[in-house]
Ligand binder design. Structure first.
Ligand code: ZN
Length: 374
């Protein structure tokens, strides 16, 4: 079970953006690796706080988290939406701490991660789309997809970059009217990784990488929606040298069902019955996720009645329960009648059994809808 992001930052659920920032700043200082050298627990807390801040500081992600909880970012299995590496965390700091860190405000820098401030180069992310049927959305599914990703070629080796001596960045000193200015820029020889290609196999590109096709298994949780994006860590392109692989970003697309309409975790189905079926009662096979189900209609069922099949909807993304299947009963009125039928209905004109006598249980459609969502 993952800790609540608000609790991790020691703030309340209705904290303002400023309070979220303040909460994170406090935790980041408390658990900073430089303050807790060799303390794995502190490092863990440091990462968790950063993850919590990454989500809560982004209005879109925060809204999703508030609605779905952790499930919004990880469907269990292969995903870890929040999994941040130290580089991600430290790049977050510019925003939070401003110059407090750069100006030597008590921290010695970020040594210990990637060696003397050197950034580990991350491979680029790959994006794919996955199309899901309603059945797959309802119960979750594991998809195997073929991905063409860059990986290190067999036998490739790297050596320390001679331009930057492995630092990944070069320092330039320029004289300006304000005095001597020192600026650091990523090393252009090695692209910031501190390493360059040593032995290049014949099938490798200039970075020692080659393209390979790989089958990646993606575990998609039940209840996802069109437009959501899932992340499979480390399944993007690999990076040269000691860099880390990018991620595989999976965009969810959904195929519309022929007869079932989704609304949140509930499904709606329009059922049409004849007048005689409504009068005499009947049993009907209707579409549901995972196949057909048979339902019984009592004699005298009214048009507009909504039958609720509990638990026959979509399993919720946050793991709490499953929606229902709501069957809307529509009685079909014939447009043409033969003489015999016409005579019959004419005889029934004014017959007491045919007179509408709505009871309390035959509420109007709007009252039913109101009940359903209250
Ligand atoms: Zn270099």
């Amino acid at each position: 079970m993952k800790e609540d992001y608000y609790e991790l930052l020691g703030i309340s659920k209705n904290a303002t953006a400023a309070e979220i920032k303040k909460g994170y700043r406090k935790k980041a200082i408390e658990y900073h690796p430089d303050k807790n050298p060799g303390d794995a627990k502190a490092e863990e807390m440091f990462k968790k706080a950063a993850e919590a801040y990454e989500i809560l500081s982004d209005p879109n992600k925060k809204a999703r988290y508030d609605q779905y909880g952790h499930a919004a970012f990880e469907g269990g299995g292969g995903f870890n939406g929040g999994g941040m590496n130290m580089d991600d965390i430290f790049s977050q700091f510019g925003d939070i701490f401003g110059s407090a860190f750069g100006g030597g405000g008590g921290f010695s820098g970020f040594g210990g991660f990637g060696g003397g401030g050197q950034r580990r180069v991350k491979g680029s992310n790959l994006r794919i789309r996955v199309k899901l049927t309603l059945d797959e959305v309802a119960n979750g599914v594991e998809k195997k997809v073929k991905v063409r990703r860059k990986i290190k070629a067999d036998g490739v080796t790297y050596k320390t970059c001679t331009t930057c001596n492995g630092a990944g960045q070069v320092t330039k000193i320029t004289n300006t009217i304000l005095g001597r200015m020192q600026t650091a820029a990523a090393c252009s020889t090695c692209g910031g990784s501190g390493q360059i290609l040593d032995k290049r196999p014949s099938d490798a590109d200039a970075h020692g990488l080659k393209v390979a096709e790989e089958t990646v298994s993606i575990k998609i949780p039940a209840g996802v929606e069109e437009g959501m994006q899932l992340k499979v860590s480390n399944k993007g392109n690999e990076a040269p040298g000691n860099g880390i692989p990018g991620d595989l970003l999976v965009a969810i697309e959904t195929v519309e069902h022929d007869s079932l309409k989704r609304e949140g975790d509930n499904l709606h189905y329009d059922l049409y019955v004849s007048i005689s079926e409504a009068v005499l009662g009947t049993s009907k096979e209707i579409d549901a996720v995972g196949g057909k189900v048979r339902i019984k209609l009592e004699p005298g069922i009214q048009s507009g009645k909504i039958l609720r099949l509990r638990g026959k909807g979509i399993s919720s993304l946050n793991g709490y329960g499953t929606g229902d299947l709501l069957v809307h009963v529509n009685v079909w009125t014939p447009k043409e009648l033969n003489k015999e039928q016409k005579d019959f209905f004419e005889r029934m004109q004014g017959n007491d059994n045919f007179e509408p006598k709505p009871e309390k249980s035959d509420k109007s459609f709007f009252e039913k809808v109101k009940d359903m969502f209250s």
